[in-house]
Design a binder for this molecule. Structure first.
Ligand SMILES: NC(=O)C1=CN([C@@H]2O[C@H](COP(=O)(O)OP(=O)(O)OC[C@H]3O[C@@H](n4cnc5c(N)ncnc54)[C@H](O)[C@@H]3O)[C@@H](O)[C@H]2O)C=CC1
Ligand SMILES: O=C(O)CCC(=O)C(=O)O
Length: 531
């Protein structure tokens, strides 16, 4: 039984798949303070929020059993993503459930602003009949600047086109092909500032987008500019906006979002040239149901099938893909475990190479498994697919990835190199058709073995009789050899022996083996499990 807590008001109808599911117990407990949530969170496996509840480090620290934080909406600014990631807690969102509602709200804001609807409504209610004062502006043949051409931005662009507007868009991910197909002109932020009659922003709030529309922008703007923000407070610098409106540099603004919400104590909500709504973009029956259905179904899929469709802090994972990549996934974690045990000291850098067909795949899951293998030795179960790269960074270890679709002797080849100032170790691995996962290279030695739970890797001189002596000593210690592989550079030169044994070798056994003439070093490798 998995326990889920819902801490913000969310469509209960939309949560039905979860509330009706026999494997899940759902508690709806909204309006909790931070300390109230801290007191109860440790018994829950999943947490569902909208935008009110702030998911802070103290809550995540107390959430000892939490696997998933689900945001029933797009923006995840109320969740401390970095901290959740560090704690190994998956964060998901519902990125398209409220797109249509936010798009339509943006159009409503543009139209209300252009036609002075809120002001005219209020004036008429006050007993006036003032038709001249509330003369508006047509959208037809005007230029709309869209900053952030994602789901909502493009939705607004499409609707604005049906009003006969020309669209300029700025988004680093908008390709020229897509722009052409959508009949949108790609433009810079400056070009939008200089040419647009209306502007709408639809980016997330990031260090790059914070204050993207600022005093400098307004100085370049046309005096008839009307601007809206239904994305996140702060993308338009609020002080600069008030100044530009007061100085007549632009004409009007419409805001659904604010840097501080609830926005009860700001001149923005009282300004005569600004129309406002209290973050209503996603507030429709349909959007709230869709986002609730989305997070409810995804939570079930995560706990039942390990499928993650809308991960915010992890690669997308699906049970199916994982099944397909399973041999590589297990092999890579094991490769990391073998690598760190052979390296002995802490590495400063990991160099990961993907060669052959696998280089064409999304390898993020495999990279994380390699890193998990490396870190698990010291960090144990705390490391998982969500936090592996963050914890690696915290250990002061960098990593780099090289991909080459050319084959490297095998149709697929993964190489992990652990590096520090003094030395480096390379472990090469592959999945052989019909034979499964294999380690095929250790440094410059070609080898071929399936990693097993108890192993010994012995550097020795290639000389007659050495294998017999080793077998005899292991026998005397009651240790059976399951398999043995030898790799050497040249006859009589340095060689590497890889032994799988049925039981762990004691320190005493290793000391006795080390006494064999010609043995240079012995590394004991203990894996969490055999492949
Ligand atoms: N007011 C409300 O109730 C709602 C607000 N939102 C907010 O609307 C915003 C957009 O949401 P979606 O369209 O669903 O997201 P999306 O992820 O589909 O689109 C965001 C777009 O912004 C672009 N972008 C990111 N950084 C940029 C930059 N520096 N300059 C230009 N473009 C940049 C991205 O490339 C992406 O195409 C988000 O902030 C979201 O939280 C979403 C739903 C409801
Ligand atoms: O849940 C809400 O009403 C806010 C929606 C929103 O801002 C978002 O999804 O980013």
């Amino acid at each position: 039984m998995f326990k889920v807590i819902v801490v913000d008001p969310i469509s209960e109808e939309g949560l039905k798949s979860l509330t009706d599911h026999e494997q899940f117990e759902v508690d709806i407990n909204t309006g909790l303070s931070e300390s109230e949530l801290i007191n109860i969170i440790d018994s829950y496996d999943a947490l569902i929020v909208r935008s009110q509840t702030q998911i802070t480090p103290p809550i995540l620290d107390a959430a000892k059993n939490l696997r998933v934080v689900a945001r029933a909406g797009v923006g995840v600014d109320n969740i401390d993503i970095n901290y959740a990631t560090k704690q190994g807690i998956l964060v998901i969102n519902a990125p398209d459930g409220n797109t249509i509602s936010a798009t339509e709200h943006s159009m409503a804001m543009i139209l209300s602003m252009a036609r002075n609807i809120p002001e005219a409504h209020r004036s008429l209610q006050d007993g006036n009949w003032d038709r001249k004062k509330y003369r508006g502006t047509e959208l037809y043949k005007k230029t709309l600047g869209v900053i952030g051409a994602g789901r909502i931005g493009l939705g607004v662009a499409k609707r604005a086109q049906s009003f006969g507007m020309n669209i300029l868009a700025f988004d680093p991910y908008l390709s020229s092909d897509d722009a052409k197909r959508l009949e949108i002109t790609r433009a810079t932020v400056d070009e939008i500032a200089e040419q647009a009659d209306f502007i709408t922003v639809h980016t997330p709030l990031t260090p790059k987008t914070k204050g993207l529309v600022n005093e400098d922008f307004f100085n370049k703007a046309k005096p008839n500019l009307q601007i809206i923000n239904v994305a996140r407070g702060g993308i338009i610098d609020e002080d600069a906006l008030i100044k530009a409106l007061d100085e007549g540099k632009i004409e009007k603004a419409a805001l659904d979002v604010f840097t501080e919400e609830p926005a009860n104590n700001t001149p923005l909500t009282q300004h005569e040239k600004i129309i406002v709504t209290p973050h209503l973009g996603a507030s429709t029956i349909e959007a709230q149901e869709k986002v609730a259905v989305s997070v409810a179904n995804e939570i079930i899929d995560i706990f039942e099938n390990n499928n993650v469709l809308h991960a915010v802090n992890a690669p997308q994972m699906s049970g199916e893909v994982e099944e397909e990549l399973r041999p590589f996934v297990e092999l890579s974690r094991t490769t990391g475990e073998v690598g760190i045990q052979l390296f002995e000291k802490g590495p400063r850098e990991l160099k990961i190479k993907y060669h052959g067909e696998i280089a064409l795949d999304d390898t993020s899951l495999i990279t994380r498994q390699l890193v998990m293998g490396v870190l698990q030795q010291d960090l144990g179960d705390h490391v998982n697919l969500i936090n592996a790269l963050v914890l690696l960074n915290e250990q002061g270890v960098t990593y780099q990835i090289e991909k080459n679709s050319k084959k490297y002797g095998f149709s697929n080849y993964i190489e992990l190199e652990l590096v520090n100032k003094e030395h480096s170790i390379k472990i090469g691995s592959t999945v052989l058709n019909g034979y499964g996962p294999r380690i095929v290279r250790i440094n410059d030695y070609p080898v071929d073995f399936k990693p097993e739970k108890h192993m010994l890797l012995i550097h020795h001189n290639d000389q007659p009789g050495i294998v017999g002596k080793m077998g005899q000593i292991l026998g005397e210690h009651g240790i059976n050899i399951a398999s043995m592989h030898l790799g050497r550079h040249s006859i009589g030169g340095e060689a590497l022996m890889v032994l799988s044994i049925d039981d762990e070798a004691s320190e005493e056994t290793i000391a006795d083996l080390f006494a064999i003439e010609g043995f240079q070093s012995i590394n004991k490798v203990e894996l969490n499990q055999s492949l």
